[in-house]
Design a protein around this ligand. Structure first.
Ligand code: ATP
Ligand code: MG
Length: 431
């Protein structure tokens, strides 16, 4: 079973999800067995960017009853002559448009999720399609965003990325307050059964300003249900919610901040909450070679290792990026800790929405600057290694297994169990 399933989403199309997912999975596979799954089943592009002969794909899984694990394609000697990526595999989407695969029904999504949960790999990376329909939402975690990709080059991509966060948060709330949810049997909650759905709908509706976001929803919920512990448990559930993002086509800190990060933070604060915990995993620079590699069907990381310039070679005898990154470990951990402390301080400082947004903006700019000051000269290859390094760091104990990606594509009942476990006296009954 996978240690972690990591969806790559963006909301907007064409911002670099597939480029990121393919190379991220390749880089991850140098650490542990990794399988990439093309869940863009309507306009599959993993197949295009990895132009290998494919014996079985999602068509065989769906139409021929094959096990998903038997539809994994491994790199052949032409793509991986030195066997550096022996731990990498991918499952391609069908070769051509097939309505039932392009718009998988609930039964197919469930079967796919169950088999993804059982794949023999440490890491499973999901390349999702653009948009936020059930074929995307069903493969997103409840407790974090997976990896969101957006770019300063396309301002609309920023609000689409924020919309994904909103979609995950409200999907979670709908699961918690679903008609069949255990939540209604809690003392003091049942009587609000008829009122909460309307409150939730108003909070999600961006045209209705009466309940602008999650923070307002939780405040109003406190007045509706006679159970302070439930509202506190919800607050703590969402306080642990993690947003992870990667900036693609990165072209300098100030531009990225002004055109992508700041609008993202503002949109999140407005639509979702000022109390979210945001983590930048890193960035990928705009690079013609990366684009050429995609077009030629051989991913960038499968290309020849870039040769360092002679002067650089003298200064840096080893090109082992991981070894180099390990030396940055304490710095990165220190950075995460500082950001976490600031988030906590911000939370304790009370509501004040503007103060919350300013604090979030300050954190994001500070972390981008700190990361960039060390990695200013990095190549695309190093950009991917750095994202992998940060991701691995976030997935290591003592971090919560719910922090990045998911240990299984979980059904809504699982989320309700996690929530109930946060209620005093409920831990033992919800194992
Ligand atoms: N950092 C980059 N430098 C240069 N070109 C890039 C970069 N990232 C992506 N591209 C190019 O941008 C285009 C879109 O990238 P990609 O297919 O990865 O996006 P996507 O989000 O998966 O799109 P879709 O929503 O259609 O699935 C491709 O032509 C790709 O080669
Ligand atoms: Mg794509």
């Amino acid at each position: 079973m996978p240690r972690r399933i990591i969806p790559v989403a963006s909301g907007k199309g064409g911002v670099g999800k597939t480029t990121f997912a393919v190379n991220f999975a390749l880089a991850l596979s140098q650490r542990a067995p990794t399988i990439l799954i093309d869940l863009d089943t309507a306009t599959s592009s993993v197949r295009g960017s990895l132009a290998m002969p494919i014996a079985k794909d999602l068509y065989h899984f769906h139409r021929k009853g094959e096990r998903l694990a038997d539809c994994v394609t491994r790199l052949d000697a032409r793509f991986d002559p030195e066997g550096r990526f022996g731990q990498f595999g991918f499952v391609a989407a069908p070769r051509h448009y097939l309505e039932e695969m392009a718009n998988p029904d609930a039964a197919l999504r469930r079967r796919l999720a169950a088999e993804i949960n059982a794949l023999p790999a440490d890491y499973v990376v999901l390349d999702l399609r653009a948009g936020i329909d059930p074929a995307v939402a069903d493969f997103l975690p409840y407790t974090n965003t997976g990896v969101l990709v957006f770019t300063p080059e396309l301002p609309q991509a920023t609000s689409a990325a924020a919309d994904i966060v909103k979609a995950i948060v409200f999907r979670s709330l709908r699961a918690i307050f679903a008609p069949e949810s255990q939540i209604w049997s809690l003392p003091g909650v049942g009587p609000a059964r008829d009122l909460v759905p309307d409150l939730l709908a108003r909070a999600e509706d961006c045209y209705d300003e009466s309940v602008p976001n999650l923070d307002a929803f939780l405040a109003e919920l406190g007045a509706l249900v006679d159970d302070g512990a439930l509202v506190e448990a919800l607050r703590s559930l969402f306080a642990d919610f993690r947003v992870h993002y990667v900036l693609n086509q990165f072209d300098g800190v100030e531009k990225a901040h002004e055109r992508a990060v700041a609008p993202f933070v503002r949109s999140l604060a407005e639509q979702v909450s000022t109390h979210l915990d945001l983590t930048q995993l890193g960035w990928i620079v705009q690079d013609a070679e990366l684009h050429r590699a995609n077009c030629s069907g051989r991913p960038y990381l499968l290309g020849p290792e870039a040769k360092p310039a002679p002067s650089e070679r003298a200064a840096k005898p080893s090109r082992d990026v991981f070894a180099e990154l390990d030396s940055l470990r304490s710095a990165a951990l220190g950075l995460d800790r500082r950001v976490a402390q600031r988030v906590a301080a911000n939370r304790d400082a009370g509501p004040g929405p503007d103060a919350g947004v300013d604090a979030l903006l300050g954190e994001q700019l500070a972390s981008l600057r700190t990361m960039f000051s060390d990695r200013r000269k990095d190549s695309v290859r190093e950009n991917f290694s750095y994202c992998v390094y940060r991701a691995l760091n976030l997935m290591q104990p003592p971090r919560l297994p719910t922090e990045l990606g998911m240990t299984q594509i979980a059904p809504p009942e699982q989320l309700v169990k996690w929530l109930l476990r946060r209620l005093p006296g409920m831990a033992a009954t919800t194992a």
